[in-house]
Every structure is written in structure tokens, then in C-alpha cells.
Design a protein around this ligand. Structure first.
Ligand code: MSP
Length: 656
């Protein structure tokens, strides 16, 4: 029976250009797809963009562009980046594509025909950042505002007539689905989703009348389809739509082999809403959902307001090659857990794993082999007859290769790229040890050419295998390695465990594949990258600027009691990501303020600072603490900088 593999990334919102986070998911999916293709599976790899909805509608409006033109511009950037990173998708799907539009209509009709859609009045909270509905339990209250904890911006009140999906009807079926082995991976995520469903499901609003940028609801074009129902459908649109998934054998088989690769931010949409939509539409759920963790940069969430957290894959790839960054993210983070990125760690792996281990093995071998007068295209073990016993070194090398191939295959099969590469490196290191122990350079001096050829043939074989085994992670480097050892840069095969021996090949001039980057140059590059990396978001704080235009009278302004206040104590508010509790000195009088600036300032950086304090704001209870007023900062949803004074002022001084 043919064997299938279908992997998807989330389709990314076009409010941001590619960044380290979206790069990560895409490269993991690409590496998995490359591995499965190489082992002969009928493979399909889907990525793309999520273009409809309120977020994009507003963003285009703020820029004075039509939504379609705006989306086209960002999509071009995504495609260019993925091309430069060697992303081998089979299709880049856009929710503005005509076949997707048809598939969404078909999904809607199927769900509706099943009696799962009804019309009702709705009065609810909505976070445009998540494009998601929020309940009281989902929001946090700061300074009297209800904020989405993820986007740190106020949720909006939506009162309109909406179509609803009978989600509540599917609770038992979903819980049964989660018991299917491997449907949600890792296991901890399965427990989280199970708890969520057990705590009770409400029906879900699946249309909007106040949003225009979307796919009209069949037979009621006043409404557009809720952006998540629209977006999730992309996974079946790419296979020809829901009907084809049920009738066409290849689409059916691929769908049954489909894994959605996502991060934890969108687990609920993929593990609860999506399978419920599918069940309602009479479609089987996919094979499963694999949820990976979040990458932070130097411990901080990737954010437009913190320049140091912006990592532009294009800049890094421009200097080091895309493969180094690809290898780094695949090797450094175990898929499923959270991980931190630093440029220093990236250079560390570039120098040691790539330069010292793999690069050195190739370079030493190719350099030595090229000095052999008769070239190097003869098959393995030319100097011995077939029955000769293996040397201890050769036995060790062959065992290491077999073991590495087995372990790496298993790890790729299990969605564990980091372990797969670790196993591959065990073989690469064994290759270097083999060279050190057999010391072919001495044989050359002693004129033992036959033995020398055999040793180099063995290392060439290890290199050939290594190239194929690193190819899912580093396709360009793998091709170059194969070229240097005189093989076709054919990455289309995954090596077998059995040691077939070196098939021969005309070696080329050696050329370092991962050239060293000296420490001073590393520092220089890091500084340039930090300086040149563009903001993650396309429009920074545009909405904050437009909100500022209300006129008030001077008398209104005079009602504000603004003061200079000295921070005497600062601590994180437990179980929150962004809140800090500050104790302020107002010239002898002490005040407590809870403020949402932890994303931009550490408590220790605040003590001793003089800040601008709005003293007569009505006190509010935030996370059990009475907050007396607020401190002022620049920025919108994300804090850019605290307001301060350009010279010393006494605590409590009036500001007007
Ligand atoms: N458009 C929706 C997805 C619809 S899928 C039917 C969306 N888009 S997104 O642009 O916000 O992308 C979210 C995804 O990007 C995450 O689930 C993850 O795959 C990736 N990541 C974004 N930031 C990330 C990190 N900091 N770390 C790891 N992955 C990250 O949600």
C-alpha cells in the first residue's frame, strides 16, 4: 500500500512579515516533508496566508490600501522569504484564492445541511488580535479595561445578529476523538484540550455582519463567514474541497495522513473547533495536531515594541546561509517545548556542529582524497580482498552509521528533528574519530596508497550518508557536500541502515561549506542585525495614533493630577505575564500602582526611577490589588518607553 504524508503549517496572518516564530513552524514542516519525500512517501506540504477578517481589513484601511492590494504585497514577501529559505511547499494557499472560496462555501452548506447552523442575536467580547470571541474568564481587567491576555489590548464589544454553530453538540464526539492515539501531541496538550471541552462548550458565532472583508455566507451575503471557519478550511481546500476529500482516493489518503503543525496559541481552534466543523460536515478528522512551543528571544516574547526580540531570518540567512538558521532551530529546540533564541547560541552551533564537526569531516576527507594521484572514483575496499576481516576502527564506524540511521529515522518519524540531528551527529563525530585514529596522512607518507584509499572511501561513505541525513534540515549544504564528493546532488533518497560501501565518485576541489566567523565579526554581524531588523508588525501603533485625535478643553486637562513619583519597590504580579506592582513615593506619601509594563521593563530596572504619575485616577482592583492611579508610557498595545524627566525633580512635584 502506498504510504502518505501530509503536513500543514498555520496559514499566517498578513499583518506581519515572516519572523523567527513563523520561520520556525515553516522550517519544521519543510524538514518533515523533505524527510518523508526522501523515504518514498507520497508527500504533500501546505503553507499559506490567512487574509480575511477584521484585523486585515483595518490594517489595509489604516494604510489607505485596498485589502486585496495590501495582502498581495505581504504575500509576495512571504513567498520570497520562503523561497530564500529553501521551503519546498507543494502549495502556497491564500484564503483569497477562488478554489478556497468554493471550498468554504461547500463546508458551510454541508454544516448547514446537517442542521448545525442557526441565527441568533449576539452580544459578546471580541479580540481582533486573536480574531476570537472572549468570555469573562478569558479576559483580564487592567485600569478598568478588559484586555485580551495574549494581545494586551482591550477587547471590543460586538452586538449583532450572527449565525451560530452548534459546537456544544460535539463535546462527546470530541472527547472520544482525543482518545485516538496521537491525535493531539504532545500528550500534555491533549490533557489541556480535554479539560477545556469537559468544562463545557458554548455554541460558536461563525459569521459577522460588521466585517466586510471575507467570504459571504451562502444565501445571506450580509454576513461574511467567521475568519477561523474560513481559515481552517484551507487544509481541505488544498485537496480539492470537502467533496473531493470524500471521493478522490489520493485526497482521501492524504487527508487521513494529515498532521497540522501549530503552536500553542491556536491549539483550541485546531483541536476543538476544526474537528467539530469537520464532524458536522461529514468529514473525518485529520490524523492529528502537533503543537509545538513558543520561541522567545533572550527570554522575551517576540514583539514589535522590543527591538532586541526582532529576528529577521532574511538578514541572518544573507550572512550565514539559510541552512545554518534552519539547522539551528531544528537542532536547538525539542519540538513541543518552549525555547529561547540568542544570536550567540546560533554562532556557537555554526562554529561547532557545522564548522568543526560536519565541515571538518568533509574538508579533511576531500582535501586528502584530492591529493591521491589516481582520483577517487573506485569502489570501496580496493586494497583488500573481500574476505578480509574488518579493522576495529571500521567496525566501529559501520556500527555508528547503522545506529545513527536507525535512530534518526525513528526520530523524524516521531516529529523529533532535534533528536534526529543529534543521532546524525553521532555518526559525523564517529567519522572524525575514525579519521583521527586511522591517521591516513601517515599512510600517505609511508606510501601505503591502497590502505589510504580504503580509509578515505569509508569516510566518503559516511559523508555521503551524512549529506542525505542532514538534507531535510540543510538541503543546500547537503547538495554541496554531495557535489564535493563527486556524487549527484540527488537528495531524493534516505539512506538504508545497511552499509553498502562507497559507490565511488570523482571528487571536486575542497571548499569550506560553513566558513568560520571570527568572534569580532560575529559581534559586528549581531550589531548590524539588531540595527537593521525591521519591525515584525507591518503597521506599528497606527491605531493608537488615530485614537488620539479627540479635543478636550484646558479645564478638562486641569482636572488631571499629574505628578513626578519615585519608584521605591517593584515586583511582578503572580500568575500574570505583564503586570507589575509598584510602590511609589509621592514626597512622603506612598501609593500602589498595578501597571502592564512587565513586557518592557524588569522590576529591578524600575526601582529608583522617577516616573510620570496620574494620581487622581479612580482606584481599581486589579488581580486582587487596589491600584491607585497609573503611570504613563509611550506606545499603544505594547509599551515602548516610560515617561521620565530630563533632570532631577523631587518626588511628588506637580506636572502641568
Ligand atoms: N492565521 C492564524 C492561523 C490560521 S490556521 C488555519 C494565525 N496566524 S499567525 O500569523 O498568528 O501565526 C501563528 C503561528 O505562527 C503559531 O501557531 C506558530 O505556528 C507560529 N508562531 C508565531 N510566533 C511564534 C513564536 N514566537 N514561536 C513559535 N511559533 C510561533 O494564528
Amino acid at each position: 500500500m502506498a504510504d502518505y504524508f501530509y503536513v500543514t503549517t498555520p496559514i499566517y496572518y498578513v499583518n506581519a512579515v515572516p519572523h523567527l516564530g513563523t520561520f520556525y513552524t515553516t522550517i519544521v514542516a519543510d524538514a518533515l516533508a523533505r524527510y518523508h519525500r526522501a523515504r518514498g512517501a507520497d508527500t504533500y506540504f501546505l503553507t499559506g496566508t490567512d487574509e480575511h477578517g477584521q484585523k486585515i481589513e483595518r490594517m489595509a484601511q489604516e494604510l489607505g490600501a485596498s485589502p486585496q492590494a495590501y495582502c498581495d504585497g505581504i504575500v509576495a514577501q512571504f513567498k520570497k522569504t520562503w523561497e530564500g529559505m529553501g521551503v519546498s511547499y507543494d502549495r502556497f494557499i491564500r484564503t483569497t484564492d477562488a478554489d478556497h472560496h468554493a471550498a468554504v462555501e461547500a463546508m458551510w452548506r454541508r454544516i448547514s445541511a446537517n442542521g448545525d447552523i442557526y441565527l441568533a442575536d449576539y452580544d459578546a467580547m471580541y479580540c481582533v488580535g486573536c480574531e476570537g470571541w472572549k468570555t469573562e474568564e478569558d479576559v483580564v481587567e487592567v485600569d478598568g479595561n478588559k484586555l485580551c491576555p495574549l494581545h494586551r489590548r482591550p477587547v471590543e464589544r460586538v452586538r449583532e445578529q450572527n449565525y451560530f454553530f452548534r459546537l456544544s453538540k460535539y463535546a462527546d464526539k470530541l472527547l472520544a476523538l482525543y482518545e485516538r492515539p496521537g491525535f493531539i501531541r504532545p500528550e500534555s496538550r491533549k490533557n489541556e484540550v480535554t479539560e477545556f471541552v469537559k468544562s463545557g462548550l458554548r455554541d460558536l458565532s461563525i459569521s459577522r455582519t460588521s466585517v466586510k472583508w471575507g467570504i459571504p455566507v451562502p444565501n445571506d451575503p450580509k454576513h461574511v463567514v467567521y475568519v477561523w471557519l474560513d481559515a481552517l478550511t484551507n487544509y481541505v481546500s488544498a485537496l480539492g474541497g470537502p467533496d473531493r476529500v470524500l471521493t478522490d482516493p489520493r485526497s482521501q489518503a492524504l487527508w487521513g495522513a494529515c498532521t497540522h503543525l501549530i503552536a500553542k496559541d491556536i491549539l483550541r481552534f485546531h483541536a476543538v473547533y476544526w474537528p467539530a466543523f469537520l464532524l458536522s460536515a461529514g468529514l473525518p478528522p485529520p490524523k492529528g495536531v502537533f503543537c509545538h512551543g513558543y520561541i522567545t528571544v533572550k527570554g522575551q516574547k517576540i514583539s514589535k515594541s522590543i527591538p532586541a526580540t526582532r529576528v529577521d531570518p532574511n538578514l541572518v540567512a544573507g550572512a550565514l546561509g539559510a541552512d545554518t538558521l534552519r539547522y539551528f532551530v531544528l537542532r536547538e529546540y525539542s519540538l513541543g517545548g518552549d525555547g529561547d533564541f540568542t544570536y550567540e547560541a546560533l554562532f556557537q552551533r555554526h562554529e561547532s556542529d557545522l564548522g568543526n564537526d560536519l565541515g571538518n569531516l568533509v574538508n579533511r576527507t576531500v582535501s586528502m582524497a584530492c591529493t591521491l594521484s589516481d582520483g577517487f572514483d573506485a569502489p570501496h575496499r580496493s586494497g583488500y580482498s573481500a574476505g578480509d576481516p574488518l579493522s576495529e576502527e571500521e567496525l566501529l564506524l559501520r556500527t555508528a552509521a547503522a545506529e545513527a540511521t536507525r535512530a534518526a529515522s525513528k526520530a523524524w518519524d516521531d516529529f523529533q528533528p532535534s533528536r534526529a540531528l543529534e543521532a546524525t551527529w553521532a555518526m559525523i563525530r564517529a567519522g572524525n574519530v575514525y579519521l583521527d585514529r586511522t591517521a591516513p596522512w601517515k599512510l600517505k607518507k609511508a606510501g601505503k596508497t591502497a590502505e589510504l584509499r580504503d580509509i578515505l572511501a569509508n569516510t566518503c561513505e559516511v559523508i555521503r550518508r551524512a549529506a542525505m541525513m542532514v538534507a531535510p534540515a540543510m538541503p543546500a549544504a547537503a547538495g554541496e557536500i554531495l557535489r564535493q564528493i563527486g556524487r549527484e546532488p540527488d537528495l531524493g533518497r534516505w539512506p538504508v541502515e545497511d552499509w553498502g560501501g562507497w559507490p565511488g565518485g570523482k571528487l571536486c576541489e575542497p571548499k569550506p561549506i560553513f566558513p568560520r566567523v571570527e568572534p569580532d565579526r560575529q559581534k559586528e554581524l549581531i550589531a548590524t542585525w539588531l540595527d537593521q531588523t525591521p519591525p515584525v508588525k507591518v503597521v506599528a501603533a497606527a491605531s493608537a495614533a488615530t485614537q488620539a485625535a479627540v479635543e478636550i478643553a484646558i479645564e478638562d486637562f486641569q482636572k488631571l493630577d499629574l505628578r513626578a513619583a519615585k519608584v521605591v519597590q517593584a515586583e511582578a504580579v503572580p500568575k500574570t505575564e505583564k503586570l507589575l506592582k509598584l510602590t511609589l513615593d509621592l514626597g512622603g506619601e506612598s501609593r500602589t500602582v498595578v501597571t502592564g509594563i512587565a513586557g518592557a521593563y524588569a522590576p529591578a530596572d524600575l526601582v529608583g526611577r522617577t516616573v510620570l504619575y496620574f494620581a487622581n485616577l479612580k482606584p481599581a482592583k486589579i488581580r486582587g490589588v487596589i491600584s491607585q492611579g497609573m503611570i504613563l508610557a509611550a506606545g499603544g498595545e505594547n509599551v515602548l518607553a516610560l515617561c521620565s524627566f530630563d533632570r532631577e525633580v523631587p518626588a511628588g512635584a506637580k506636572v502641568k
